[in-house]
Design a protein around this ligand. Structure first.
Ligand SMILES: [Fe+2]
Length: 145
């Protein structure tokens, strides 16, 4: 399993939180999956923003993708906070949840269909190796904390 598989697994986990939020009842039942989703997105975004995007944006072909993905993390953060601030109104919650779900699907599609495969082609073994080591170290550090 390489670091892109690790990042893909994080995407799977975020999707799972969306599914949990869809079936959670109102109020406090939403809190746990929402908190988990927030923490998971922050860790995922921090790995990509710290170790992956800076390496990839050196390639001309990747620069506009990376700029878009950076914005996509900010959009996801904002949508999660909007969902967290949603009143006990099921219709409003469902609307915001589907907006968040669509944004996650777009992020996942852009990365898994375009960015990761292109990164594998463009980046050399040294760059990919350093991304892998950095991500492994960050995960170990987080697990030890
Ligand atoms: Fe991602």
């Amino acid at each position: 399993m390489d670091h892109f598989d690790v990042l893909k697994n994080q995407h799977r986990s975020m999707r799972k939180r969306i599914d949990e939020l869809r079936v959670a009842g109102g109020g406090s039942a939403r809190q746990e999956p929402l908190d988990e989703l927030r923490v998971e997105l922050e860790f995922h975004a921090s790995l990509e923003e710290t170790y992956v995007y800076p390496v990839l944006e050196r390639f001309d072909d990747m620069r506009s993708w990376i700029r878009m993905l950076w914005e996509s993390h900010d959009e996801l953060r904002q949508l999660i906070e909007e969902l967290a601030g949603c009143p006990e109104d099921d219709a409003a919650f469902a609307t915001r949840l589907s907006r968040l779900s669509e944004a996650i699907e777009k992020h996942v599609g852009d990365e898994e269909m375009h960015v990761y495969p292109n990164a594998r082609l463009l980046a050399g073994d040294v760059e990919l190796g350093s991304i892998s080591r950095n991500i492994e170290a960050a995960i170990r550090k987080r697990q030890a904390a």
